[in-house]
Design a protein around this ligand. Structure first.
Ligand code: ZN
Length: 74
């Protein structure tokens, strides 16, 4: 099985992926980011914005184009 690791660009420690859910005015925001347990550096990975209009769910994915993360596979 392949394991993907995100390494902190500052201190090369393996980063933890964290998901946060916020709700405001009926809109749900899901933020996923990497956090370094050693130096507390935070790097945004993806966010989702979910809106409901009673019948449908609208999901918008926002990706950071420049995710400066070193991924180690193996
Ligand atoms: Zn770090």
């Amino acid at each position: 099985m392949t394991k993907v690791k995100a390494l902190c660009p500052r201190c090369k420690t393996e980063m933890t992926l964290i998901s946060e859910i916020e709700r405001s005015n009926g809109v749900r925001h899901i933020n996923r980011y990497y956090r370094c347990p050693a130096c507390t550096l935070r790097l945004m990975d993806e966010s989702y914005r979910i809106t409901e209009d009673g019948e449908r769910l609208l999901l918008r994915v926002i990706q950071d184009e420049k995710r400066p993360i070193i991924i180690k596979v193996g």
